[in-house]
Design a binder for this molecule. Structure first.
Ligand code: SF4
Ligand code: SF4
Length: 202
């Protein structure tokens, strides 16, 4: 019984002259260590707008909306931090691996839950035939680059790459896919099928 009492006394005296182990939050902010899973944030430069993060989010904290009323049309991602559970699945499954990352920020104290959001927008490419959404432009260009020379098997990819280099002008009018010249157009999967099948079998 005696030894523990002496040990506790020694500990108490030492604590009197050493710094407290607790932090003075919120007067002094605690710095989270590297690897801490705090608020996720998009990296506008490397996010291609593919939507994989929104699909894997277990809490459905990432809202993905295709805004066709805006000119040019955009795909908008909004992270709702009041729903996010900071699991890190969005970062883990990001197609480009760096489009979103969990920061070390953790203090989101507020009286206004609506302010707990972060957004990114990506320009959409629409089908020149029916106007359906194909994909964000950056996603198409990223896919074309990954495919290299194989992209030329798909006119949508090849035309988008050439357009980004300023080698072709965007189509000025929509088409009604079905004829051979229509195959060299930026088309959705349905219009591409209509054109190819129509050309082969009439
Ligand atoms: S950290 Fe988890 S819950 Fe939060 S946005 Fe990413 S996937 Fe969703
Ligand atoms: S590139 Fe990454 S962060 Fe951007 S939409 Fe795709 S999965 Fe999400």
């Amino acid at each position: 019984m005696r030894a523990p009492k002496l040990r506790e006394l020694k500990e108490a005296i030492r604590s009197l002259f050493s710094r407290p182990v607790t932090v003075r939050f919120p007067a002094g902010a605690y710095e989270a260590p590297a690897g801490y899973r705090g608020t996720p944030r998009y990296d506008e430069a490397t996010c291609i707008g593919c939507g994989a993060c929104a699909q894997v989010c277990p809490a459905k904290a990432i809202e993905m909306i295709d805004d066709l009323a805006q000119s040019p049309p955009v795909r908008r991602f909004t992270i709702h931090y009041d729903v996010c559970i900071f699991c890190g699945h969005c970062e883990l499954n990001c197609t480009t691996t760096t489009g979103i990352h969990n920061t070390t920020e953790y203090d989101m104290t507020t009286f206004d839950r609506a302010s707990l959001v972060s957004s990114v927008e990506k320009e959409l490419v629409l089908c020149e035939g029916c106007g359906a959404v194909i994909a964000p432009r950056e996603h198409i260009l990223w896919s074309a680059e990954k495919l290299g020379a194989k992209q030329f098997a798909n006119p949508t990819l090849a035309l988008s790459s050439a357009g980004a280099l300023g080698l072709v002008e965007p189509a000025s009018a929509s088409v009604h896919p079905g004829l051979r010249p229509d195959s060299v157009r930026v088309l959705c999967a349905r219009c591409r099928r209509t054109t190819v099948v129509g050309e082969l079998w009439g």
